[in-house]
Design a binder for this molecule. Structure first.
Ligand code: ZN
Length: 177
């Protein structure tokens, strides 16, 4: 028997109050699309890296799974629950990370962080893909943590300041502080 999602009639049409209403309609649509139909969601059978992080301010939880081979992210999936900003952001992030080199993934994280802090012009940067729909979140500082949660997971796993240990990523220099 197939287990189906418990969808109530009309549930998809309800206004999601977790999205700031001042965001443009187009951006709200992109965010809701990722929230309702998240890309790359569900734990994989295998991963080389994984981490769970939460945003206690909002109750958001993201678990990120990476399959890294050499210096490339071959597979990326996530699990999570929480507000639409946090879940949509993680979904958008996975679309940009699949097949990316680790250095490019770090650069994307840095660029998205700058977008959320209001850096002008980045809302037209094609590298950010659908993540650009979250540019308006820069006007809602309390929601920035929601939008960054997935990337916080990424930074912990592969960022320059990642703890290392058993994650199996080659670190430049190799020396520990
Ligand atoms: Zn949130």
């Amino acid at each position: 028997m197939q287990v189906s999602e418990p969808t109530k009639p009309g549930a998809g049409t309800a206004i999601d109050r977790s999205i700031p209403s001042a965001l443009s309609d187009l951006f709200q649509e992109v965010i809701l699309d990722h929230y309702r139909r998240p890309r790359n969601k569900g734990a994989p059978d295998e991963s080389t890296h994984s981490i769970v992080m939460n945003n206690p301010l909002c109750g958001d939880v993201i678990e990120l799974f990476l399959g890294v081979s050499g210096d490339r992210i071959e597979e990326v999936r996530f699990e999570g629950r929480g507000c639409s900003i946090s879940q949509a952001s993680a979904s958008m992030m996975t679309e940009r990370l699949k097949g990316a080199k680790l250095g490019d993934a770090r650069a994307l994280s840095a660029k998205f962080t700058r977008l959320l802090h209001g850096e002008a012009g980045l809302e037209r940067d094609e590298e950010l893909g659908d993540l650009r729909a979250l540019s308006g979140v820069s006007r809602f500082p309390v929601r920035i943590k929601c939008a960054l949660l997935g990337f916080n997971c990424l930074d912990e796993l592969i960022g320059d300041s990642a703890a290392g240990g058993d994650v199996g990523v080659d670190r430049r220099g190799g020396a520990r502080p």
